[in-house]
Design a protein around this ligand. Structure first.
Ligand code: ABC
Ligand code: CA
Length: 486
């Protein structure tokens, strides 16, 4: 599927090992052990209703290829990022046929499959675990590559502001090396381009999440992306748009990390800076080639969960709301809807089966479901929704409030927290640049609560916060169906 096909989608991020057991069982899974817990492709197939009922129409799964076996000293390759052979499927997750069944089960429901792929490195377990440095390992286990000469010489990245280091030195540590592929070597380039083309076609993959994008030279990527022939979204782990933006020229889009950092910092404390969100998001709008093809997220498997930083449910709901109402494609990381609270890797990789996939009395799950519905309603009522840039109104009367207008949605966020019933949002009328796009006399409803708001005669809107909750307003005719869940 193309970038345009993906823009109207909403993605649920699955960690294959941690999402669902094939037999529906619920074994214990201690994240601190960093071991396989047993989730599989067939497990996912059996739980697609859970994902689809929240309104998601795509999933992103872990890398699917064969990884190193056994304990590396920092655990097993349960996350899938330690490739040993790109031509085999990771048998812990199931067979090649199981993956095909997952792909067709998704397609039967009109859902898309996004697979995570790693080009930058492979991995091997050092053959001797003493502290000899460099530690030896067997390059012939890295398949289908041609031994040591197919990889960059060992050196660990130490200077993140030296781009040659970032591209040609290694991630990881001497005990857990991520052996850096020589992506300047034309044989390796051909291998990777052919591999991705075959992978996409064999498993009917609709899109790719590309790992460690910034660790491979920029001019490697356009050919790789066109060999894949589908939407490609790359991981550039950085907090500023100046570094990130050039990568948006190479493939369909990037995971919008710069905006993530601004939003995370703004909504994990009542003293966070909401105006910084507007600054960074506007830079992204100016600098990214196609901001609508970015991936928008507030959690993933590499970062501490929002609820590891704050237990204030109003803040948490505001943070989640952001993901669905800005320009990028929304991505929700498994477990956020269940209120998971894990901190940094590996604590943030809790097995979802431990929640029982419960949908009753799960306020965040309800919240996410309404956000997906609001976004779908916005897309169908405004043909330009997916190409209209959001406008931001940092509120002058309070340091907590920010409004985001992306007609037909008007989103009101505050980081005042649970006790906040004083933040006032004022959004200008239709005539003022970037106004809510409403007309005097219209009645709006909040898609979460069905509460009504009247548009003033000049088209402006003024609303006072209720206990720090976010609001997403739409005209009543459209919004009522969303808030009532019909
Ligand atoms: C293992 C252990 C962890 C341990 C870690 C050191 O080693 O499990 O407990 O903490 C996979 C596994 C991980 C595993 C690693 C290493 O492999 O999932 O569990 O960690 O063996 C991608 C994936 C990620 C994956 C890999 C490797 C890459 O999403 O899941 O990890 O295939 C760098 C890369 C980034 C990579 C990330 C893990 O490392 O760029 O692609 N993610 C700075 C740098 C970043 C760097 C980051 C973390 O530090 O700029 O490039 O990411 O090392 C902001 C700054 C940022 C800064 C962040 C931390 O703060 O703006 O620049 O990032 O404010
Ligand atoms: Ca590299």
């Amino acid at each position: 599927a193309s970038s345009d096909n993906w823009k109207s989608r909403s993605i649920y991020q699955v960690l294959t090992d941690r999402f669902a057991m094939a037999d529906g069982s619920s074994p214990s899974c201690d994240t601190s052990q960093r071991k396989y817990c047993g989730g599989t492709f067939s497990g996912i197939v059996n739980k697609l209703d859970y994902i689809q009922n929240m309104g998601f129409d795509a999933i992103w799964i872990s890398p699917v290829v064969q990884n190193v076996e056994g304990d590396t000293g920092v655990g097993e390759a349960y996350h899938g990022y330690w490739t040993s052979n790109i031509n085999n499927i990771n048998s812990h997750f199931g067979s090649s046929d199981d993956l095909k069944r997952l792909s067709s089960a998704l397609h039967d429901r009109g859902m898309y499959l996004m697979v995570d792929v790693v080009v930058n490195h492979l991995a091997a377990i050092p053959t001797n675990t003493s502290d000899v440095y460099p530690e030896p390992f067997d390059y012939s286990t890295l398949q289908p590559f041609g031994g040591q000469s197919s990889f960059h010489p060992q050196c660990f990245i130490s200077e993140y502001n030296n781009q040659t280091d970032v591209e040609q030195c290694w991630l990881g540590t001497p005990g857990n090396p991520l052996i850096d592929l020589d992506t300047e070597n034309s044989t390796n380039v051909d291998i990777m381009n052919n591999w991705v083309k075959n992978l996409v076609s064999e498993y009917s993959i609709d899109g790719l999440r590309i790992d460690t994008l910034k660790h491979v030279r920029k001019d490697f990527w356009p050919d790789f992306a066109s060999s894949a022939g589908v939407y490609t979204v790359g991981e550039v782990l950085i907090d500023n748009t100046t570094y990130a933006a050039p990568y948006t020229q190479l493939i369909s889009g990037i995971l919008d990390y710069p905006t993530y950092f601004a939003v995370f910092n703004a909504f994990t404390s009542t003293s966070g800076n909401v105006s910084h969100i507007a600054e960074i998001a506007q830079q992204a709008q100016k600098q990214y080639k196609d901001p609508f093809a970015s991936g928008s997220f507030i959690e993933n498997h590499d970062q501490p969960r929002v609820q590891s930083e704050t237990s204030d449910q109003a803040l948490v709901k505001n943070a989640i709301t952001w993901v669905f109402v800005n320009d990028g494609i929304p991505i929700l990381y498994q477990g956020q809807e269940q209120g998971y609270q894990g901190g940094s890797d590996p604590a943030n990789r809790e097995a979802l089966w431990l929640s029982g996939y419960n949908t009753d009395n799960k306020p965040l799950l309800t919240h996410v479901t309404k956000l997906n519905a609001a976004r779908k309603a916005a897309i169908s009522s405004n043909p330009n929704f997916l190409s209209t840039q959001a406008t931001f109104h940092v509120q002058q009367s309070s340091t907590h409030g920010i409004a985001i207008s992306k007609p037909p949605l008007l989103t009101l966020l505050t980081n005042g927290g649970e006790g906040d019933s004083s933040t006032v949002w004022t959004v200008p009328g239709n005539d003022n640049e970037g106004g809510g796009g409403f007309e005097g006399g219209q009645t709006l409803v909040d898609v979460f609560t069905c509460e009504e708001v009247n548009v003033k005669s000049d088209g402006s809107v003024e609303v006072t916060a209720r206990n720090g909750e976010p609001m997403v307003l739409m005209v009543k005719e459209i919004g009522e169906g969303v808030c009532k869940g019909s």
